[in-house]
Write a protein that binds this ligand. Structure first.
Ligand code: ARG
Ligand code: ZN
Length: 494
């Protein structure tokens, strides 16, 4: 990742633009307007000849995505529209093979571009159905070099076949199969992607496993079919835009609970090794009820289906808000209720805060974890009668020396995006805002944020701007004290 090189490229492109615009004006040529960086290059073509006869070369897409915390995540120069993934996994041999078609739009004239892809080996690669060259560092970067440069603004396809033994942290082996999940990164271990929430796309996922196993993924189930070879293919469709880290697959033996509750579809899977009717199963089966409650606080549920997966994976230390279908380790339910369903409220709140509205920068993780933790307070107030105010006062009483106050949740640092302070002080920050602007404006703000940003990304600065607009209050001091100082903030209003 090199911001300075980007700047140089930008300066060069701008200089060429000025010359061509001038010549274009002289020759009476009208340039077609388009998306930033797109319209101009589209008018010229991939590496075509300008009116002056000068060649405007297509340039490589940025191998990084401009994230302040994780500069290697994501790539520039294109925008993915959809992923069609066909995976095949054999637990007996631990071999994963995949066929991925990525449909994307070039946002600049591209001589080459990158996907984020890990240690599986690419065996074939085509761009627009023609053989293309690739370079793979077998760690994070797969560089695709099409036979001819790609024209800006055009949609293209990349077909890749790959195979190998998955060995990364996101690929968890279980007694009956595998669970693949992780944040902020996990995609590179099972499919090539533009691995940053800024580039969301639709997904069609097919997973083929030995018959007798179930493969669960995101979105709406498309049933399964048994092939002549004794392998079964499970189909999943996620049509709403999804960030790459939220895609998952869970292969194993599950009890499935499927249906519609108050108009909301659900598909919930519980690993057969978990006790039938046990706490985990009971809590996760409440997902439609929890989602319906959260909709009263945040606005309409953002997707066409909900659910969850309870896995048998003792080593998994976190639950994750995988889109439409969070994954929960059984350890989160050993304390019973009310903690059990509170976790469900946390992961389902992420469907609004994190999944539908994703972070534009990983630095802004408070927009995910602060709100998901606050949703637990809202749920517990409804289900158990402990008010959010009481939770705030209880946690606020934590001494200044305690680690829940640091690092500051608005900019915790790349190593600390999941620090306790991001969650607990993060939730307190949300409540401090509520105390400052009042309940009416606060809940209006949440609903307006989730509706105007639906399916895209947001930043804390944008959230603050909306809060200021709706409340008519200047909130710099509040945001500064709660999100950006390392010290314990003053009690709101004092
Ligand atoms: N977003 C997850 C949650 O709901 C946390 C993921 C933590 N990831 C990790 N590698 N510890 O809290
Ligand atoms: Zn969370």
């Amino acid at each position: 990742m090199s911001p300075s090189r980007n700047r140089n490229v930008l300066v060069a492109v701008l200089a060429v633009m000025v010359v061509v615009l001038a010549l274009g004006a002289v020759a009476g040529i009208r340039l077609i307007a388009g998306p930033p960086g797109g319209g101009f290059a589209r008018a010229l073509g991939g590496a075509s000849t300008g009116p002056s006869g000068d060649s405007v070369p297509a340039a490589p897409g940025d191998p990084g995505g401009g994230d302040l915390y994780f500069p290697g995540y994501g790539n520039g120069g294109y925008d993915v529209e959809r992923y069609d993934l066909k995976l095949r996994y054999d637990p007996a041999t631990d071999r994963l093979s995949g066929v991925a078609r990525v449909t994307a739009k070039a946002t600049q004239a591209l001589s080459r571009f990158n996907f984020d892809f890990g240690r599986l080996s690419i065996s074939s690669l085509k761009v627009d159905n023609a053989d293309a060259t690739s370079e793979h560092d077998n760690k994070t970067e797969l560089t695709v070099i099409p036979a001819a440069p790609l024209v800006a603004g055009r949609t293209f396809t990349v077909d890749m076949a790959y195979t190998g033994t998955p060995i990364g942290e996101a690929f968890n082996h279980t007694a009956t199969g595998a669970i693949v999940l992780g944040e902020p990164e996990s995609a590179t271990e099972w499919y090539p992607s533009n691995d940053h929430p800024k580039d969301k796309a639709a997904y069609e996922i097919e997973i083929t496993v030995p018959d007798g196993l179930t493969a669960v993924s995101n979105g709406v189930p498309g049933g399964s079919t048994l092939g002549g070879d004794g392998w079964r293919t499970w189909k999943w469709s996620q049509s709403a835009p999804m960030a790459s880290y939220l895609a998952m697959m869970a292969i194993g033996k599950f009890r499935i609970f499927e249906g519609t509750s108050d108009g909301l579809r659900y598909y919930t899977a519980v690993d057969e090794a978990q006790p039938a009717g046990g706490v985990a199963e009971q809590c996760v089966r409440r997902s439609p009820e929890v989602a319906a409650f959260l909709a009263t606080q945040f606005g309409p549920y953002p997707f066409d289906i909900t659910g969850g997966i309870v896995v048998s994976l003792g080593t998994l230390g976190f639950a994750l808000e995988n889109q439409t279908r969070p994954i929960y380790p059984p350890s989160f339910f050993t304390a019973g209720e009310p903690a059990g369903t509170s976790i469900v409220a946390h992961e389902l709140a992420h469907q609004w805060f994190g999944d539908s509205v994703s972070v534009g920068q990983w630095r802004d993780i408070w927009l995910n974890e602060g709100f998901a933790t606050y949703a637990q307070w809202l749920w517990e107030e409804k289900d158990d009668g402990i008010t959010a105010q009481a939770q705030f006062d209880r946690t606020y009483a934590t001494p200044e020396t305690d680690e829940i106050w640091r690092p500051a949740p608005g900019d915790p640092g790349a190593d600390d995006v999941f620090a306790e302070s991001v969650y607990v002080r993060g939730a307190m920050s949300v409540h401090a805002l509520r105390m400052t602007i009042g309940d009416d404006v606060f809940f209006k703000l949440l609903k307006e944020w989730t509706s105007t940003k639906k399916g895209s990304t947001g930043l804390i600065t944008e959230f603050q701007a909306l809060a200021e607009k709706l409340s008519g209050k200047e909130l710099d001091t509040l945001f500064q004290q709660w999100l950006y100082t390392q010290t314990k903030p003053p009690y709101p209003g004092r």
